[in-house]
Design a protein around this ligand. Structure first.
Ligand code: PLP
Length: 223
């Protein structure tokens, strides 16, 4: 397990790389949010990043976050928690109780549930529409042909729509997928782009990412 100083150093290193990549693209690195993906890592490891001043975290499972985060959120109330894994409609209430940003809105019925349950709870999370840019059978996300319709559906519901999200296929170069997501974003007037992980976040920033989701480069390999 990495120690506190290691985690602080990795966060600083990644932030510096993000800033450099942004500058190469004529962008301001301050416009890029680094989401520390803490899935599978215990609360003590997460606390090291919190103590280093980091505040944006990503988890992919509601149940795991329910175990780990309530106590951490009490101690660090300004944490911003991002859900980056698939969401079932029957878990929306639990998700909205904990998460501030949902990156995985990928079908009209899920958008409906987020709007309805959010209204009941007085919660209006920032949302990203997930796009399955590689059209992979096993992967979440709407198909490229469905993006414009789903964005319109979310807007009609009054969701706080921040942008689009993608996870490129593991066995393909990511750049074409990042570029495609940016194209869909521009076409729909959406600036937010959640793309880029440990292996490709610099490329993603060069292609316009506003949110990068980095796990293993900060916390080490997952068991
Ligand atoms: C796990 C995960 C990440 C982080 O992956 P790393 O390669 O460890 O940086 C990013 N995005 C999603 C959706 C994930 O599930």
């Amino acid at each position: 397990m990495p120690d506190n100083a290691q985690i602080a150093a990795r966060l600083a290193e990644i932030r510096a790389r993000i800033d450099k990549a942004a500058r190469r693209a004529g962008r301001d690195g301050a416009a890029v949010t680094l989401i520390a993906v803490s899935k599978t890592h215990p609360a003590e490891t997460v606390a090291a990043a919190l103590d280093a001043g980091h505040r944006h975290f990503g988890e992919n499972r509601v149940q795991e976050a329910q175990v780990k985060w309530p106590a951490l959120k009490e101690k660090y109330p300004d944490v911003v928690l991002h859900l980056i894994g698939g969401l079932q409609t029957n878990k929306v209430r639990d998700a909205l109780a904990l998460f501030d940003v949902i990156h995985t809105v990928d079908r009209p019925r899920l958008a409906d549930a987020v709007a309805r349950v959010g209204g009941e709870m007085g919660r209006r999370p920032s949302c990203f529409v997930q796009v399955n840019t590689g059209e992979e059978a096993q992967k979440g996300g709407c198909l490229p042909a469905e993006v414009d319709g789903l964005v319109g559906h979310c807007r009609g519901l009054g969701l706080d729509l921040a942008g689009l999200m993608c996870i490129p296929p593991v066995d393909e170069p990511p750049s074409p997928h990042f570029a495609l997501l940016r194209k869909f974003g521009r076409r729909n007037g959406l600036d937010g782009l959640s793309m880029g992980m440990s292996g490709d976040y610099e490329t993603a920033v060069e292609l316009g990412a506003t949110h990068v989701r980095v796990g293993s480069a900060i916390f080490g390999a997952r068991g």
